[in-house]
Design a binder for this molecule. Structure first.
Ligand code: SF4
Length: 394
């Protein structure tokens, strides 16, 4: 059996999956499909003594190809998909009057989901039912992608490279086998584990030439890239929620206020935006101590928001527990976040709803966001599993 600890981010049960990765990447008869999370690209070169952001994601793709990956894709694709599902859910809940008292919380951070369910289980229903980008990717890889490639879903082995230790436990949760071919994600490697493999294989990172992602799940927008930094999910969601309500794109930077640093009197950031005549009040917090302050204020009705983004790690996934460490984590999280926001600024595509691969997925397979098939593959039931109650809140 597995040891369940009370550590909300799962950091106390870090395990090393590099041996499994070696056997999967070398296996015959199976297709290894790798996804790379947004935050990994900003940090992975640090493990080789390079400054933050120097090693490119194209070099990481090249490294994975030389390690034997059959396809290398981008989690920013499924971050865009998450925005379509979660943004649609937000508007549905808003229109149904469900957000009058309490907000909808983002659900893409498993450290946060575990924290909420153990400390404030009565608020479980406030979480968006949208799965995280990692899990949406796995479900799509073993359904639509397998179908397009003409192979059996059972023959797809899906590996994710994550800045996060809690993602290892997330892939094992009930409901994360929705494509019907075992776990949607078979193996999770942290940025540190991947760096160990690259080093062990004597790959010279500085000398690697950029390699592009594969199609179609290698397409992501700048909105998908900023998922890796605190405030990024909120900003990406608002860009598309604006489009979904008005039929027009906002300026891509219209919602960048949610990126601003926390002010000293309040451990979270807030902003209000107008979406076709409806005001959406938003809040963003990172770090679980800050999240607790925010939840207490919501419960005491001192504040009211319709939409709240919470990430367990300070600075978001850029500062994730699986990233390279050197003792200056806080500053590193901020500078890695800066790398992600500048990648977004330079991106040709800055809106999740414009991602051509996401559009093709809906046209060919899911029909529309929150359709029956989308609900089956891309959403989860947070009540399907319980956390041990610690009973120390408020
Ligand atoms: Fe994982 Fe931390 Fe990102 Fe949450 S914020 S998904 S715990 S890396």
């Amino acid at each position: 059996g597995q040891c369940i600890t009370h550590c909300p981010t799962g950091a106390l049960r870090e395990r090393d999956d590099t041996a499994k990765a070696y056997s999967a990447l070398g296996a015959e008869g199976r297709l290894t499909v790798v996804q790379i999370a947004p935050a990994v690209r900003a940090a992975w070169g640090e493990a080789f003594g390079m400054p933050t952001g120097r090693a490119t994601v194209g070099q990481l793709v090249a490294a994975l190809r030389s390690l034997g990956a059959d396809y290398v894709f981008d989690t920013t694709f499924s971050a865009d998909l998450t925005i379509m599902e979660e943004g649609t859910e937000l508007l549905q809940r808003l229109n149904a009057g469900d957000l009058k008292d309490q907000p909808m919380f983002t659900s893409c951070c498993p450290g946060w989901v575990r924290f909420l369910k153990s400390q404030y289980p009565e608020m479980t229903g406030r979480l968006s039912t949208a799965k995280s980008p990692q899990q949406m990717f796995g479900a799509v890889a073993k359904s639509w992608l397998a179908h397009r490639l003409g192979i059996e879903p059972e023959n797809v082995y899906s590996i994710s490279i994550m800045p996060c230790i809690a993602k290892k436990a997330e892939r094992e949760l009930p409901g994360m086998q929705s494509a019907g071919a075992g776990s949607d994600v078979d193996l999770v490697l942290t940025t540190r584990e991947l760096a160990r493999i690259v080093r062990a294989e004597h790959i010279d990172v500085e000398q690697l030439a950029d390699s592009p992602f594969d199609d179609p799940l290698g397409n992501g927008s700048g909105a998908g890239v900023i998922f890796g930094a605190t405030g990024g999910v909120m900003e990406a969601a608002l860009r598309s929620a604006y489009f979904l309500t008005t039929g027009e794109n906002p300026s891509a930077d219209a919602f960048c206020e949610v990126r601003a640093a926390e002010n000293e009197s309040r451990p979270w950031r807030e902003a209000a935006f107008d979406l076709a005549g409806t005001t959406i009040h938003c809040a963003v917090a990172s770090g679980l101590a800050n999240a607790r302050h925010l939840i207490r204020a919501i419960k005491r009705r001192e504040v009211h928001y319709e939409f709240v983004e919470i990430m367990a790690c300070p600075g978001g996934c850029a500062g994730g527990g699986g990233q390279p460490v050197d003792g200056s984590d806080r500053e590193k999280a901020a500078s890695r976040g800066g790398v992600l926001f500048s990648l977004d600024e330079k991106a040709e595509l800055r809106f999740s709803h414009e991602n051509p691969a996401v559009k093709a997925l809906y046209n060919e397979y899911l029909s529309s966001p929150c359709s029956e098939r989308a609900e089956e593959l891309l959403h989860c039931d947070h009540f399907a599993w319980q956390m041990p109650q610690t009973g120390i809140h408020v």
